[in-house]
Ligand binder design. Structure first.
Ligand code: MRU
Length: 354
């Protein structure tokens, strides 16, 4: 497992995923602006990884602020937080991580400025460690839903490089393999930025999990010919009613699965659930540069100059298409998630037993 993001001697090292699978390059970020740029330009992407990167970026930002008191520090820090929050609007882990860091800073406001700066670095590293532990639990809860000899289809990349480590959707696959099950994965290439072809196929091959790359529009063929047993994807934001925003193209895959009676699972940590957003229609959808559509990986142009382009980065899959949402607290029917808004509530009551 190669690190996605790391704090090294006052520098945030971000794995530049735009270069994968051809080169393994780390971008050295010495200020929060570079981290923000890296999140926007997809050096590090995937909801959990974005959250941890932002936390580390804020720890850098705190060091850039000249202030002798907390009151002087706070408005400058809030401005940096707002800048970071604007980088990618859909992945709620970003907002979650920023809020956690802000609350943490407030809690320690009586400390010296240097003390606060050090504590913020430690907190961002704790978030990284927690993310890995969370993802392992998701894998353990998800593995029972996978049977020996299953053919799985996945979309985008919910692998270890989409998190601080260990993975969500791919974690379920990996945990199933660790239980001795033989599986095979169909990987959607995931237009337009090709996270499936470049990242998921690469990660699965590294892990020696058999996989086959298909273009997004081949999913119907696979399902019609009975070649898929289940689908597992990640999520960027889950609304209170269980609707899920994930990479563009997830929704049509879910509709196809329902039509063919194929279970459709979403694997995501609780930090991806946004109880403040009532339903999928309220989830802000990131619009990205048209060039991602008109050019292959920013290089070869494939459309006429000046063509109108729409490039929403995510779509929303309504809860009714989702068999279960697999989290670090267990697997739940999407419609039951709201019962768990109160963290003191026992998840056992609502858990789906495989
Ligand atoms: O635009 P991306 O590459 O950040 O989109 C990523 C996804 O849609 C993932 O499926 C999601 O963030 C889950 S990652 C565990």
């Amino acid at each position: 497992m190669i690190p996605t993001v790391e704090w090294k001697n006052g520098i945030v090292m971000m794995l530049d995923q735009t270069k994968l699978p051809f080169e393994t390059v780390y971008q050295e970020c010495k200020d929060y602006q570079t981290v923000a740029r890296g999140i926007k330009e997809l050096w590090v992407r995937g909801a959990p990884a974005i959250g941890v990167s932002a936390a580390m970026g804020l720890a850098l930002g705190a060091r850039q602020i000249e202030a002798s008191s907390f009151d002087e520090f706070w408005p400058k820090f809030e401005a940096i937080c707002a800048e970071m929050a604007a980088t990618r609007p859909t992945a709620v882990n970003l907002i979650w991580a920023i809020e956690r860091i802000k609350q943490f800073a407030q809690k320690h406001r009586e400390q010296s400025m240097d003390g606060i700066r050090d504590l913020l670095v430690k907190e961002s590293q704790r978030m990284l460690d927690e993310d890995i532990a969370t993802n392992k639990r998701i894998g353990a809860f998800g593995a029972p839903f996978v049977s020996d000899e299953d053919n799985i289809i996945t979309h985008c990349n919910a692998g270890s490089i989409a998190t601080a480590g260990y993975v969500t959707a791919e974690g379920v696959m990996r945990a199933a393999v660790e239980e001795g099950k033989k599986i095979h994965v169909y990987v959607d290439e995931t237009r337009p930025v090709l996270q499936g072809a470049r990242l998921t196929a690469w990660e699965l091959m590294e892990e020696k999990i058999p996989c086959t790359l298909v273009t997004d529009n081949m999913a119907g063929y696979l399902l019609f010919h009975d070649m898929v047993d289940l689908a597992i994807v990640g999520a960027d934001r889950i609304a209170r009613n269980g609707d899920v925003a994930n990479k563009i193209g997830t929704y049509p895959l879910a509709v196809l699965c329902k039509e063919h009676g194929i279970p459709f699972y979403v694997a995501a940590p609780f930090s991806t659930i946004d109880y403040a957003t009532e339903s999928g229609v309220d989830i802000p959808i990131e619009e990205r540069d048209p060039r991602e559509v008109t050019h292959v990986l920013g290089k070869t142009q494939i459309a006429p100059d000046g063509v109108n382009v729409l490039n929403p980065a995510f779509d929303v899959t309504p809860a009714r298409y989702i068999t279960a949402i697999i989290t670090e607290k267990g697997a739940f029917a999407p419609q039951d998630l709201h019962h768990l808004q109160d963290p003191k509530r026992d998840p056992e009551r609502f858990r789906i037993k495989d």
